[in-house]
Design a protein around this ligand. Structure first.
Ligand code: PRX
Length: 645
């Protein structure tokens, strides 16, 4: 057991929430949610005040999730316009390019003008309230402007991470029938060009719904522009007015769709709505980071993931914070880059992913120590379990023992943070997500759904709704109910395993379904399998996760080739290339293990438990294999494991 770090006296004084304050507010949030949320919702400006706070049920008979349902508001007005009287000249966005010599600083006043211009440009291209627009962008301020412009005119955005392939992009455009795509000529990551417009061109050959593509010039590389479809933003921008009234949106009107992987089938379009999501993002940003006006806040996530939505753009800007956007990667031009950015912009709050920390930790402390980091006062972690070794390094080396670490546990589906230690309220335990956020009611259940009490391991569920909960799967409301509310009827099942210790602190132990977490990116094993079996030489594939020092989990693929194919290094290389082409580099298998057969039950079900053990190299205790149709398959896989690569 690692050390426990108590709240410092300094933090006890400056924190918004103390230990006693947390206990009282949490109790009220659960006992009397109406009063609690009525008060919290005051942090936003409502165009029409709501009268009804919560109207939710996780039960099949009256299933539904609505918050603040008769209220109306606009997200971009909350993130920009309402700050203008006092903060017009304050910096809203600090941008740092992949190239360390490139920086931009954008005030709230400038952001207002830019968002209005982009909103009007979208209108000029035919965008209307309720349309879906796909955003495929690098981490540049125009990405945040595009998001806010959509919200300004009531358009639902769907952001696709710039690392996804044209195939993956096309699937996501088709699923939500986008009529416009916003992209850039290219992005830069680690000195390498990411050919975004080129990828969009390839995707759009399969997307008849797209009538226009708005292109931001960023890198200046040569690209093809298709007549009547593609328009340069800098051209349209000159032709449209610089003011655009924000659309009045119902609290339950859709705000954005974000595709994420599940344990089965295609990625699903997680749908978030306007009022509850923004209350949740703003409130959690306020308490978790203890954000005080004037501080510089940096969340190092990409807007292609939910963390970028809630904690680069919506949460911080709703709170009038100065948010840093970084285009590049942690190790370019060298391993000091993160900490150089901290010094250059005097960052006070840094929020990043364990995978980046582990990769930097490996390079040694000197890269950190040659920077000052004296501006830092709070650190955050997100996206995957942080191992105690990385936690201790983050705390002692990066934060010099001065900065609490908020280890925030949440999901695309939950909109924002569900569990975390609050910096002035909770002692820190390396690796623990600690305590539930206000209004969050976690329970642990066993495989049969029986509630487990006290210190125990179990499957993590939520027994009641919170404002930022997803509302549906785009185009398939039944899939929403089936995926999350039927495993344990009446409860939202997270898919995560979790331990509760004797102090009532929660520790996330990782996914218990067929989702794996590779470098903090969520990947459905089924997706990688379907990419593999789509290859002409593959008969069957089974994919599992295995522990990986840097990535947290790596991708281990068992592949059975067609009968006439011979295993070879060439086929292995070809399969890896194929998966990158079908999904994107983040899905690159770490290991391909050619398997003449896969372990199956007599009814034909692949026994993944055994495949996971073999991938982990833990073959001494494979458990009961007597139910297998052909137990010799297992022996063969154990023998051939050393040849996998
Ligand atoms: O397994 C949990 C893990 O990431 C999953 C959610 O992934 P995604 O929807 O992509 O959202 C990532 C950004 C919030 C969860 O089901 N996870 C996320 N944060 C943590 C975590 N596991 C442990 N500790 C965390 N702090």
């Amino acid at each position: 057991m690692s050390e426990i770090y108590p709240v410092s006296d300094d933090w006890k004084k400056k924190a918004f929430v103390t230990a006693e304050g947390y206990t009282a507010a949490y109790a009220q949030s659960v006992r009397d949610p109406d009063t609690f949320w009525r008060e919290e919702a005051k942090r936003l400006d409502w165009m029409t005040p709501f009268t009804k706070v919560k109207n939710t049920s996780f039960h099949e008979a009256d299933f539904g999730i609505k918050w603040f349902e008769d209220g109306a508001l606009n997200v971009s007005a909350n993130c920009i316009d309402r700050h203008l009287p006092e903060r017009k000249d304050d910096i809203a966005i600090i941008w740092e390019g992949d190239d360390p010599s490139q920086q931009r600083r954008i005030t709230f006043g400038e952001l207002h003008t830019e968002v209005c211009l982009m909103a009007n440009a979208l209108k000029a291209l035919g965008a209307q309230k309720g349309d879906r627009i796909t955003i495929y962008m690098p981490m540049i301020p125009e990405a945040a402007m595009a998001m806010l412009a959509c919200t300004r005119i009531g358009v639902i955005h769907s952001i696709v991470f710039g690392g996804f392939s044209p195939e993956a992009l096309a699937g996501r455009i088709q699923d939500c029938d986008s009529n416009i795509v916003i992209t850039a000529d290219a992005g830069m990551r680690g000195g390498k060009l990411v050919p975004l417009k080129h990828n969009v061109d390839a995707a759009l050959t399969h997307c008849a719904s797209v009538k226009a593509c708005l292109v931001i010039r960023h890198v200046g590389n040569d690209i093809d522009m298709q007549d009547r479809r593609d328009v340069w933003y800098h051209d349209v921008r000159k032709t449209v007015p610089c003011d655009c009234a924000p659309e009045i949106m119902g609290a339950e009107d859709p705000l954005f769709i974000l595709y994420t992987s599940g344990s089965t089938g295609k990625p699903k379009g997680v749908l978030h709505t306007t009022g509850g999501y923004l209350v949740w993002a703003a409130m959690t940003h306020h308490y978790v980071f203890n954000y005080t006006p004037g501080e510089i806040y940096w969340c190092a996530a990409d807007i292609g993931w939910v963390t970028g939505h809630s904690y680069v753009v919506y949460g911080p800007l709703a709170n009038g914070a100065t948010t840093v956007m970084f285009e590049g990667v942690p190790n370019y031009p060298d391993h000091s880059r993160f900490w150089q950015i901290v010094d250059r912009h005097q960052v006070n709050i840094f929020y990043g992913a364990p995978t980046a920390l582990r990769s930097l930790m490996r390079e040694g402390d000197d890269w950190v120590k040659k920077t000052s980091r004296s501006s830092l006062r709070l650190l955050g972690s997100v996206g995957e379990p942080i191992n105690p070794e990385a936690w201790e390094w983050y705390y002692h080396v990066v934060g010099e023992g001065r900065c609490p670490i908020v280890d925030t546990y949440w999901q695309t589906e939950t909109g924002a943070t569900m569990m975390t230690p609050l910096p002035g309220a909770h002692a820190l335990k390396p690796g623990a997500a600690s305590k539930p956020m206000f209004g969050v009611q976690p329970v642990l259940v066993d495989g049969d759904g029986t509630l487990l009490e006290g210190a125990t391991d179990g499957n993590l569920c939520m027994i009641d709704s919170w404002p930022g909960q997803m509302r549906s799967v785009w185009g398939d409301h039944d899939r929403f109910f089936q995926t999350y509310f039927t495993t344990y009827p009446g409860k939202y099942f997270t898919g995560d395993g979790c331990r509760r210790d004797a102090d009532g602190d929660y520790w996330i132990t990782g996914r218990v379904d067929d989702v794996i977490n590779v470098s903090g990116h969520r990947m459905g094993t089924a997706e990688v399998e379907s990419a593999l079996v789509a290859h002409a030489k593959v008969a069957e594939a089974a994919v599992v996760g295995f522990p990986h020092d840097i990535k947290g989990q790596g991708i281990y693929a068992y592949v059975t080739l067609n009968a006439n194919e011979v295993e070879s290094a060439d086929i292995r290389a070809d399969l890896i290339k194929w998966v990158r082409h079908e999904i994107g580099p983040i899905a690159t298998p770490d290991v391909i293990h050619f398997a003449p057969g896969l372990p199956k039950t007599r009814s034909g079900k692949i026994m993944r438990r055994i495949l996971r053990k073999i991938a982990e190299g833990d073959v001494s205790n494979l458990g009961d294999i007597s139910t297998l149709a052909d137990p010799s398959v297992v022996e063969n896989l154990v023998q051939s494991r050393s040849t996998a690569g």
